[in-house]
Every structure is written in C-alpha cells, then in structure tokens.
Write a protein that binds this ligand. Structure first.
Ligand code: WAQ
Ligand code: MG
Ligand code: MG
Ligand code: MG
Length: 256
C-alpha cells in the first residue's frame, strides 16, 4: 500500500497562536513521499505571501498516516448571487434553517458572532444547548488530514465550470469532510482574508451553497462555525475532524 503523509502549516504574527498571536494562514495537505517537498513549498508560499500580513511565526510539519484513507464524493455545489452583505447573511440564515438548524440557535450564534472571529480553527456550536462546545479553553478545532488529488479536482472543476482555484478546492474539501459526518448539521463560513468576500453554508441536505457576498472587501473578520447535534460523543467527533484521513474523489460517471 502506498504511504501518505499529512503536511500541515500554521503562521501567525507578533507571537505564536498559543501565545495570543494574530492568525495569518494555515493549510493542510496529504502527499506521497515524493510530493512532500512540493507540498511544503506550496504551504510555505501560502504563508509568506498572505494578504493578512507577513508572519513572524511559522511552523510546517509532516507525519506519516498509518490509517487507511477514506474516500468521499465532494458535496454538490451551487452559487447564490447576492448584492449586499445584509442580503448574503440573511440568505445564510435561511440556508442554515433549511439544513435543520433551529431558528433560535441561528439567532444565538449570530448574536455572539464577533466572539467567533479571529480564530485559527472552527467553532463548534451545539444545536441542543445553543452553546459553543469546543471547550475546554475555547480552543477552536482545526480540521486536518484531508486533500483532493489535483487531476481529479481539475476534472471536477472543468465539468462544473468552476475556476480551478486552490481556495475553492480547500473549502470544498473541508466542507465535505465535515458535513459528511453525521454529527454535523450544517456549517457556516466566510474567509478572514480581507479581499475574499464569498462564503458558504454547507450541509448534507443542501450541499455546498456558495454566497457571493458575506462581508465587505477589506474586512479581516472571518468565521467558521460547525452546527452540531451535541447528543453524540464530542471527543470522537473532534478526533474525526483532526485525525481521520480523507481523500475527496469525484466520480465523473456520477453526473449531478
Ligand atoms: N479547520 C478548521 N477551521 C479552519 C480551517 C481548518 N482546516 N481552515 C480555516 N479555518 C477557519 C479559521 O477560523 C479561518 O480563520 C476561517 O476558517 C477562514 O479560513 O469561493 O478562504 O481559509 O467557494 O480564510 C470559502 C468560499 C472561502 C470559497 C473560505 O477561508 C468559494 C476561506 P479561510
Ligand atoms: Mg484556508
Ligand atoms: Mg496536494
Ligand atoms: Mg484565511
């Protein structure tokens, strides 16, 4: 069996993340040994040229994946065009509700949303208790060990008339890993990169629903919230997010 390595990067400014530094960039890939160098260079470039600023802390590491890598079909994609942030966020709320997140939970999360900005990972929000549950220490969760082999992604992108963008690839990889898990009800995301204003709501039910404007250009506040059904075991869910290796693989015969 071919061996694969998880390659991860994180970069911050002023101090390391755990010392309260500003998050600049993160990234995760899976590479065969002969491609590890290429992965590390790609992640290094991502960190050194980031629009959130020049990092002064950077860490890249790789480690062998022992477990078999599970394959998942990418979530179906749709793009919703909106003109204003207000329209975009209203659409996001409606899509979350259609995905099965209760109205009261959505309102509670949006009331607290400024506390969910500026993290390196995702906030877990429980739809039973209407509370943030990625405690202790309010440590957001970084999803890792996932990738989409380049050629298969390019085929998928061309077929769907979507640009072969790294950003779209990374977001759909993460959204697919997260939302194919039964504990996840839905996800809400927009970037913390000042120039990138398209975000999405994702769920098993609705797939990957892009929304073309969820913030203003120049705004460095981004967020990622996983709405979860908290009756299930939280620690095994977090273990899945951080450790379960996943490859996205699109089957061109399954035309959607
Ligand atoms: N695990 C958990 N949270 C993450 C991860 C991860 N691997 N990567 C990013 N985040 C969180 C973190 O809090 C970031 O601040 C926030 O998400 C935004 O990350 O056009 O580019 O990488 O279809 O800036 C979505 C739309 C783009 C793409 C999202 O997010 C499209 C994006 P960013
Ligand atoms: Mg990213
Ligand atoms: Mg790769
Ligand atoms: Mg970012």
């Amino acid at each position: 069996m071919e061996k694969f390595y998880s390659v991860r990067m994180r970069a911050s400014k002023e101090r390391a993340h755990e010392q309260g530094g500003k998050h600049i960039s993160g990234g995760e890939q899976i590479a065969a040994y002969e491609n590890v160098r290429e992965s590390i260079i790609a992640l290094l470039d991502k960190a050194l040229t980031h629009t959130r600023g020049k990092p002064d802390f950077l860490q890249i590491q790789f480690d062998l994946i022992d477990e078999p890598i599970r394959k998942l079909e990418p979530l179906p994609l749709a793009t919703n065009k909106v003109e204003t942030v207000e329209e975009g966020r209203l659409m996001a709320r409606n899509l979350l509700e259609k995905s099965g997140v209760p109205r009261a939970c959505i309102e509670k999360a949006f009331l607290q949303i400024t506390e969910f900005f500026g993290h390196r990972g995702a906030i877990l929000f429980d739809i039973q208790s209407n509370q943030r549950v990625d405690h202790p220490n309010e440590k957001s969760v970084r999803v890792s060990r996932m990738d989409w082999p380049t050629d298969n992604f390019a085929q998928w992108a061309d077929h769907h008339a979507v640009p072969r963008s790294k950003r779209i690839k990374e977001a759909l990889v993460l959204a697919t890993k997260v939302n194919r898990n039964r504990t996840t009800v839905a996800e809400l995301c927009w970037s913390d990169d000042p120039e990138y204003i398209t975000g999405y709501v994702a769920s098993k039910k609705l797939g990957y629903q892009r929304i073309t404007k969820l913030k203003e250009v120049g705004d460095e506040h981004g967020c990622r919230i996983f709405f979860i059904d908290g009756k299930r075991d939280l620690s095994s869910y977090i273990e899945y997010l951080e450790k379960q290796p996943i490859f996205i693989e699109w089957d061109p015969r399954l035309i959607d």
